[in-house]
Design a protein around this ligand. Sequence first.
Ligand code: C5P
Length: 421
Amino acid sequence: MTGETRVLLVVAGGIAAYKALELIRRLREQSIRVRCILTRSGAEFVTPLSLSALTEDKVYGELFSLTDEAEMGHIQLSRDADLMVVAPATADLIAKMAQGHADDLASTTLLATDKEILIAPAMNVRMWDHPATQANIATLQERGVALVGPNEGDMACGEFGYGRMAEPHEIVAAVLSALGREPRSTAGGGPLAGRSALITSGPTHEAIDPVRYIANRSSGKQGHAIARALSGLGAKTTLVTGPTQLQDPSGMDVIHIESAQQMLAACENALPADIAVCAAAVADWRVASQSNRKIKKTGSDGIDSGVPKLELTPNPDILASLSQRGNDRPGLVVGFAAETEDVIRQATQKRARKACDWIVANDVSPESGTFGGADNTVHVIDAQGVDSWARMDKSDVAQRLAERIADHFNGGLTAPAPAPL
Ligand code: C5P
């Protein structure tokens, strides 16, 4: 393993271990060599043979293997790598790392390494939420261990919440960022290499006074996932986001704004861009005149001031404004249409009204569970017609949309991302 970027991947025991196989393929697409340590419980989920076939290297397992120690000791294993990645990182291995245990090859190598470590936790939501795990994570982060995920979603155990391992393309983006490698656009790889993308995400907050605001329930998950997917295909990506609970994705410019006016200014500032995807839930209105001081319930005389009347004024429409720009209009402008009924017809009209190229229509009726949930059912509407996709995870929607965008620019020649294993 010389002359190339090298990752030492620890695969621990969890159902998400199967994603390690796709992760290896994607890392190798980035010209990263991967060597694997498979824990004893990891070997219950994936075989050394499949890891070895994908890495084209020996897979390391037992601490006290005399042949391994003779050929490649546990110290040398980590010294030989540029970065250690643990995916999936189980609650148990995270606890061992936090405590400094060294009772198998994985934990020993993690303790002995002088390299940066990136972990992709994967566990049941209650295990993730448990104060013990949270304390261990905080300890590791204090020590400089980088974290990718976990994501929120349905889990193999049938529960829902945080604990699902980050998707392979998200881990690859975090690996590239930890290695300080340029995104593929400038490094020369990926079907969107050399293209730039601007994505809006999340809600906007429209201040009423310094303490109160008008907001909406957008989580930002879909927009953030699209930014990650476009970046993963090599686009130089700028994410303009309203306030969310999400971590900033790595490997891109992330601009935090609060109001619609700030979002528009940040978007205009990010032009020119080849691609604009407006996934933000921009507040339609803001108060006509914001108060600089907290609006009081009582006057200085202590007498009830009555209920204030809020006069609203329309916010700028960022999607329409980007779509209707002159010379610096992005080559492809994609909007979203969240509808509760007659989804396709309403969205088709919206596409025309806003003058964008594509509209991604989704059903957000309360029974759909789309708002704040992990899945999305979408129809992509363009000048040619309607392309309806099966219900899928928001990050899969993002990946498929990013690939459709790449196809648009490459005349349908984009190789599909590796099929999920
Ligand atoms: O009009 P409506 O809010 O349904 O349109 C949704 C689409 O328009 C989304 O793509 C959203 O990001 C975008 N939008 C915007 N600025 C607004 C309102 C909506 O960019 N002020």
